[in-house]
Design a protein around this ligand. Sequence first.
Ligand code: NAP
Ligand code: ZN
Length: 347
Amino acid sequence: MLTVNAYGATSATEPLAPMTVERRDLGPHDVLIDIKFAGICHSDIHTARGEWGGTAYPVVPGHEIAGVVAEVGSEVTKHSVGDRVGVGCMVDSCGECVNCQAGEEQYCLKGNIGTYNAVGKDGQPTQGGYSTHVVVTEAFVLRIPDGLELDVAAPLLCAGVTLFSPLNHWGAGPGKRVAIVGLGGLGHMGVKIAHAMGAEVTVLSQSLKKQEDGLRLGADHYYATSDPDTFTQLAGSFDLIVNTVSANIDLDAYLGMLAVNGTLVEVGAPENPMTVAAFSLIPNRRSIAGSMIGGIPETQQMLDFCAEHNLGAEIEVISADKINEAYERVVASDVRYRFVIDTSTLS
Ligand code: NAP
Ligand code: ZN
């Protein structure tokens, strides 16, 4: 067992604080990763604050992990000491069901094992990336291509793949009109990736405050959803809308912007259920869908795609003692566009 420094939550209402966690001894297929950077995803905040229910405290969040392999188990073939690697939202799955076999481990029929707030195959709680080291089975460790610095690569492990997967699945590319709702951690990667795929990209943000950034990141158009005219002006105009908003929004209003056969994909995961009127879907054969991160092969595909197109995240690197402040800023939509913890500040 390795006792490592970490930062985590002891209850839904207390601020996060320094703590230690145990990392298991290396099994034959395990990799010990020296974590260099960990992104702060809004899901970390939902979990630390118990907004989705089911949080087991203490919890060390963090599922956007980038680091270097420090040690490998006796039978590891995929990674070597010194390799630059990443870990996303999952650290294991059954490996046998139809979805795991198809490389869609996120939809494992037995439930994938989350990087934190889950129970590992060893029966111990999993703890995430706001820490100095983590032990992960080799199949769930991704290769970070040379072209990507570790700090800007970390957010790709969740934010990157969560947008890459639906954009890929619903065919974002030349001739497709794609809207990204919310220009935060997920949304800004959605803009970059959809643009690199060749789609016509529109940002739908609460205000025009970040318009200049949005256009620089690759958007063709930028609208404020606080302006009711946006919804009439853009009625029926998108093939695909990806909603990244962490709060409940009026989905009916957004569905009205879909063209015939258009799909609104929900990736934002707000605390409360959403309602949809049947007549927001029926008249234009519209669909509403959801999408969760991406499988391991798709995550590697995304990392390679981002390296090829030079798409890192836009980040603000912080020390561990700034995590609580960063949480407040994320909740206030005051993030440009991902906070990344320099884990050397944990020791
Ligand atoms: P984030 O950085 O906070 O971005 C969310 C953005 O949504 C904000 O920057 C803001 O953009 C917009 N927004 C926030 N509150 C709003 C409100 N009340 N009304 C309208 N717009 C609002 O969060 P994130 O890390 O990107 O995560 C977004 C959501 O995705 C979270 O719920 C997270 O749990 C979820 N998530 C899902 C998956 C998955 O697999 N499906 C994976 C990761 C995260 P503007 O200022 O531009 O309006
Ligand atoms: Zn996440």
